[in-house]
Design a binder for this molecule. Structure first.
Ligand SMILES: [Zn+2]
Length: 242
């Protein structure tokens, strides 16, 4: 994996809704940040629909503030692409271009995004969009905005909700960062309430149990699971298998 001139990597999480990255890879992003790597959290949708009482205009502002508070806990940058909830993929070329430009800005060595097996249509659309945008970010004439990046970043797919239909091939030990992952999620007061009311889900318990379950698989106390996205031009060679 390429490194920045300071010897540190640029890590970019790209999730559909503000809180998806925190739930599925927050511990890993916190670990990267803790090791001095540059972390960017990109939320494609504005998170304006997930509430019973707050109307979309108001919730959009709340989610934006919550995303900022969560990112500040690990010193990450935040990028909001402001697509209405439920409409990821509705203007495919236009939204994909926004992702291309966000990738060019962050210049990531590694992108973490959703898995195609996930349950939410916005998650699935964003996964496909990110894979396409990661390649197109290297093609100069795709966008006049910002210089094309030099090569396609590596991509890791993050766990689905409750791990359904997802078999990780890599595990990150988040034992040291579970508490900050939980705190990041607690920043989303609107979503702690929404998930309880809409899905009967205690999201903080959900995060702890999921991390413990992946920890059993990964040989540590708490873990997050990932799978490498494998496609032509995304593959890096190594001198020998390890
Ligand atoms: Zn989501």
């Amino acid at each position: 994996m390429a490194e920045t001139e300071e010897g540190k990597r640029s890590i970019m999480g790209i999730g559909a809704h503000p809180d998806d990255l925190e739930i599925s890879c927050g511990g890993t992003l916190a670990a990267y940040a803790g090791h001095g790597h540059r972390v960017t959290m990109c939320h494609v949708c504005r998170g304006d629909k997930g509430h019973f009482r707050l109307p979309p205009g108001e919730l959009r502002q709340v989610r934006c503030a919550e995303a900022g508070a969560a990112a500040r806990l690990i010193g990450a940058g935040v990028v909001m692409l402001d697509v209405p909830d439920g409409e990821a993929g509705s203007d495919w070329a236009g939204q994909r271009l926004r992702v291309v430009e966000a990738i060019r800005e962050a210049k990531p060595d590694l992108i973490i995004t959703h898995a195609p097996e996930d349950y939410h249509p916005d998650h699935v659309a964003v996964q496909r969009m990110v894979v396409e945008a990661a390649f197109l970010a290297t093609v100069p004439y795709v966008s006049p905005c910002r210089e094309a990046i030099g090569r396609v970043p590596e991509i890791r797919l993050m766990d689905t909700y409750a791990g359904v239909n997802f078999v990780p091939t890599e595990y990150v030990d988040i034992t040291a960062t579970l508490a900050v992952k939980q705190a990041m999620m607690e920043s989303y007061r609107s979503q702690v309430d929404w998930l309880k009311e809409h899905d009967g889900l205690d999201i903080l318990e959900f995060i702890a149990v999921g991390a413990r379950y992946r920890g059993f698989q990964g040989g540590c106390r708490y873990a997050e699971g990932f799978r490498k996205h494998v496609a032509g031009l995304f593959i890096r060679s190594a001198p020998i298998l390890t």
